[in-house]
Each structure stands twice: as structure tokens, then as C-alpha cells.
Design a binder for this molecule. Structure first.
Ligand code: ADP
Ligand code: MG
Length: 357
């Protein structure tokens, strides 16, 4: 598609028109939200004036606590929900008022929603049947997508003859056969047991990289988001707190909410500012040149190669020290002991107090 021929739509705000005009070589973003708000009625909106650009070929996770607006955002991208204000673009083209089937998005649902009376193969081929693709051709394509999700050996099974994980693979193949520009997944792993969840998440990542399209994946699991994402979008209270590459979000959280929600960070408040320090950069004991804080050991969790020690400070804050097992057993601290936690000033990252969570 030649974007220079694409007329910017009237609904787009002015800066976005300029951005569209500037894009001449292919598209720049797989998906984009421009000042999008969703209100279901009077009161606080479910999604409040969010803007987001998802670069080409990204694995993007929308991460946040329950009720923060993740599913609503995904449904607006899919076209299953109208936006109250703002615009939605797929491949730099405005789709705000287009039907779901005309957007180039595909949604994989958490409950898989497979047709019970159709085999895996026919479930996957179904959308091609609707489009009038001949039987031989649609079965050939369906088989290729079943192969992609490693389900070709079970092509003839009915959904009730498949495990949850297998049904999910079929559902994934069924979403992908429409060749979406962007695949939308709402908590796709939450129904699986922990072992399968980890296996399936690496499969999702492999398939996304293989196809080169963007996946937008809603989750409330920090581990899942860290493991999968090129880009993490942390949401809270209908707003985006931070949207950035995964390492940037982990290492330089914008505010206390992001630092606490992602985990692996201590949030410390001094007289002048709020800072975060990674738990694996904190130590027990005092050393010259290090800053320190005193507390009482409230919890010790052995995690194999690491030990997690929680300190209750005199101000009532909980601080975590992540120590190697060797260091821990050398010091052998006990619950109830008074202990000092220290860190190097250069490991402090200053948080934005304006957006404190
Ligand atoms: P999340 O997926 O992050 O858990 P949702 O997007 O489902 O959050 O919901 C965001 C907010 O919008 C919540 O307060 C929820 O109660 C509200 N909400 C979601 N869907 C509807 C709806 N169809 N009607 C009214 N309120 C809704
Ligand atoms: Mg949800």
C-alpha cells in the first residue's frame, strides 16, 4: 500500500495527520491509539485518554491490575467496542469506525469458542469457508496453520477429544488463518495449568516472531509480560502509566506504581524524592559508601539459587533483599533479627512523584 495516497481522515487530530503524511515507506506502526477514551456511562471512564504506538512486529503486553481497562482497550482495537473519543489505526490506516472483519485484526478468546461439532481442521478452515474458498484449498491452508501450532497430527479430532492446551492451539490457528495484521489475545494463558502456561507462552512468542506480525496480549501476570514482551504497556486506573521496551520498564519505571507492580524493585522515599532500587542490588549489612536502612527481618523465602529476605522498616515499609544462597548462608540471618539493608547510591533510580501510584 502506498501511504502517500492515503488521505488522512477528518477524525484524526492534527499532529497525527502530519505523521501520516510523513510516512512514505510502508507503515510505521502496526497499531495505534490516539487519545482514546471509553465511557460506559456517567462516572469514571473505563479507558481515559490513552495514546499508544505499537511498532511493527512487536510482542506487546498490556499489563495491569484487574479492572484497569485492558480488555476494554483490546476490544476497541478489535472493533467489538465503540470508542467514545479518539481514533484507532492499524498499519497507519484509520479503522475507528470499521467493522471488526474489515480492520485486519483477529481476536483469540480465552474460552477458545471452538465449534463442538467440527474437527480441528474444519474449525481452522471455517473462516475461509465463509469467504467462499474452495474445500481443497481451505483444507490445505488449515493444515499449514495446524502445523504452525503443532496440531496437524490431531486434525481430525473434535474439540471435546482435545485437552485445554490443544484446544487453545486450534483456536490460535483459527485466528491466524485470516492473516491478521495484528493478533489480539485476552488473557490467553489463564485457563492453562502452570506447566502448560510456560510452554504455551514460548510457543506464542515463537509463532509471533515467525509470522512477523504484532501480537497484543492482555495479562495481569508480571512474569508473563516480562517473558513475552518486546514492549510492555503498564496500565492502572484507566490510564497508561508507562509504555516502553521491556527492559526500560523494568530498569527505569516511571513511577512507584510501575516499580511496585512489576516487582523486583524497592520503592524508597527520602526527604527530597522517591527512588527505586532493584532488590538484587540491595545487600544485608553496612558498607562504606553505601546508603542504608534499618529494619526487622519479617520473612525469608528460600528460592534455590536466591533467597528473598523481607525487612519491615521502622516506618512500616516492606523492603526486599534478593541474596545469592551463598551470601545468605554465610550470614545466616533469622526472622525477627534486626538487620540493615544497604545499596549503592548509583543504583537509585528517581521516580516521577507527579504520577505516584
Ligand atoms: P481489565 O480487563 O483490565 O480487568 P476491563 O477493561 O474489563 O478491565 O474493565 C475496565 C472498567 O470498565 C471496569 O471498571 C469495568 O467494570 C468496566 N466495564 C467493562 N466492561 C463494561 C461494560 N460492558 N459495561 C460497563 N462497564 C464495563
Ligand atoms: Mg480483562
Amino acid at each position: 500500500m502506498n501511504l502517500s495516497q492515503l488521505k488522512p481522515k477528518a477524525a484524526l487530530p492534527e499532529p497525527e495527520k502530519t505523521h501520516l503524511k510523513q510516512a512514505t515507506q510502508g507503515h510505521r506502526f502496526d497499531a495505534e491509539l490516539v487519545a482514546v477514551t471509553k465511557s460506559y456511562g456517567p462516572g469514571a471512564p473505563a479507558v481515559d485518554d490513552i495514546s499508544l504506538r505499537i511498532p511493527r512486529g512487536s510482542y506487546c503486553c498490556l499489563l495491569g491490575p484487574s479492572g484497569c481497562g485492558k480488555s476494554t482497550t483490546l476490544r476497541m482495537l478489535a472493533g467489538h467496542e465503540d470508542v467514545t473519543e479518539g481514533a484507532i489505526l492499524i498499519h497507519d490506516e484509520e479503522v475507528t469506525h470499521k467493522l471488526p472483519v474489515d480492520r485486519g485484526t483477529s481476536m483469540m478468546f480465552q474460552d477458545y469458542a471452538l465449534f463442538p461439532h467440527l474437527s480441528s481442521l474444519d474449525n481452522v478452515a471455517f473462516s475461509l469457508k465463509v469467504r467462499g474458498v474452495a474445500t481443497t484449498e481451505r483444507r490445505k491452508q488449515a493444515r499449514a496453520y495446524l502445523e504452525l501450532v503443532q496440531m496437524d497430527h490431531l486434525a481430525d479430532r473434535l474439540p471435546n477429544q482435545l485437552s485445554g492446551g490443544q484446544q487453545q492451539r486450534v483456536a490460535l490457528a483459527r485466528s491466524l488463518i485470516t492473516r491478521p495484521k495484528v493478533l489480539l489475545l485476552d488473557e490467553p494463558l489463564s485457563a492453562l495449568d502452570p506447566f502448560l502456561r510456560i510452554k504455551m507462552r514460548s510457543e506464542l512468542k515463537r509463532i509471533q516472531k515467525e509470522l512477523g506480525i504484532s501480537f497484543i496480549h492482555v495479562t495481569h501476570s508480571q512474569d508473563e509480560a516480562l517473558a513475552l514482551s518486546d514492549m510492555i504497556v503498564v496500565m492502572n486506573d484507566a490510564k497508561i502509566m508507562q509504555a516502553a521496551p521491556v527492559r526500560e520498564v523494568f530498569e527505569t519505571p516511571t513511577n512507584a506504581f510501575v516499580a511496585r507492580f512489576l516487582g523486583g524493585q524497592n520503592v524508597l522515599t527520602s526527604d527530597t524524592h522517591q527512588v527505586s532500587v532493584r532488590t538484587d542490588r540491595c545487600r544485608l549489612g553496612r558498607s562504606p559508601g553505601m546508603r542504608s536502612l534499618e529494619g526487622q527481618i519479617a520473612m525469608i523465602e528460600y528460592q534455590g539459587n536466591l533467597v528473598r529476605i523481607t525487612l519491615q522498616t521502622t516506618l512500616g515499609d516492606e523492603m526486599t533483599v534478593l541474596q545469592s544462597d551463598t551470601e545468605y548462608f554465610a550470614q545466616n540471618p533469622q526472622i525477627g533479627d534486626t538487620a540493615v539493608m544497604s545499596w549503592h547510591p548509583s543504583d537509585e533510580h528517581v521516580l516521577d512523584p507527579m504520577q505516584a501510584g
